[in-house]
Design a protein around this ligand. Structure first.
Ligand code: F6R
Length: 243
């Protein structure tokens, strides 16, 4: 595991974008695993800047997102499709048909999860999976549990995740209660993983994820077992980690 320290959110975003850019340059038809949430917004802005400067070409890139709320249409402002479209896809020359996100409007969970696994397989897997870190150690929507869920599945969101996500919705009741997410096994199959973490409120969970025991109670702790993980975190998030 490589750990890159950044002074602040801005520098974390630049460093993460540098890593993603180097892959897009070296492998123009790479498969990027993408995440939503507050953490990657700056990284996406940096990627857009590099594209606008003429340094990046997404025309052959494919993407597969980690997760999507169940029951939200693509044009719902809180859907992860909407987030990806507005924060990245519409600003660069990625082809929309090359982007993949679980279909939140498919009511048959079993069918949708199998379909999504097949999509990832048909792309020959994810080259680089970008991850944010939940306060309870979740990655994607893999919440703390008694066992690691391996493949794409439908989850009931925990109270803490609903609480954390309600800031994006008008009312807490509007936060969907379920989501489709890549499983831990799906994430672990990515050839390279890039975990980005910012802020003091993540310091404790980052420490437990990287230095604590590997346990499904801290889903991100599984990353200790992946052979190619890069963590880019700012000083605030690293405040519990020894130098
Ligand atoms: C997003 C996702 C989540 C977030 C996590 C951190 O697609 O899968 O696991 O990465 O909840 O969210 P932020 O970045 O908002 O703190």
């Amino acid at each position: 595991m490589k750990l890159y320290r950044a002074n602040d959110y801005k520098e974390m975003s630049r460093k993460a974008a540098n890593i993603i850019s180097s892959l897009v340059i070296m492998k123009p038809d790479c498969v990027l695993g993408l995440a939503t949430g507050s953490t990657p917004i700056g990284t996406y802005q940096e990627l857009v800047r590099r594209y606008e400067n003429g340094d990046l070409d997404f025309s052959q890139v494919c993407s597969a997102n980690l997760d999507e709320y169940k029951g939200l249409t693509k044009d719902n402002e809180q859907s992860y499709f909407y987030f990806m479209y507005n924060n990245l896809f519409k600003h660069v020359n990625i082809k929309l048909e090359n982007t993949n996100i679980p279909n939140g409007m498919e009511p048959n969970a079993q069918e949708e999860c199998l379909r999504y696994e097949r999509v990832i397989e048909s792309l020959n897997g994810v080259d680089l999976q970008l991850l944010g870190l939940g306060h309870n150690g979740h990655i994607g929507f893999n919440e703390p549990a008694e066992a690691f869920e391996t493949i794409t599945h439908c989850v009931d969101l925990t109270a803490s995740t609903i609480e954390a996500n309600k800031r994006f919705f008008e009312k807490e009741e509007d936060v969907p209660r379920q989501a489709y997410t890549m499983g831990i096994g799906t994430i672990m199959k990515a050839k390279k993983i890039l975990l980005i973490v910012s802020g003091e409120d993540k310091a404790d969970i980052l420490y437990r994820s990287l230095r604590g025991p590997v346990t499904p109670h801290v889903p991100a702790s599984i990353l200790q077992l992946h052979n190619d993980v890069i963590v880019v975190a700012d000083e605030a998030a690293l405040s519990r980690m020894p130098e």
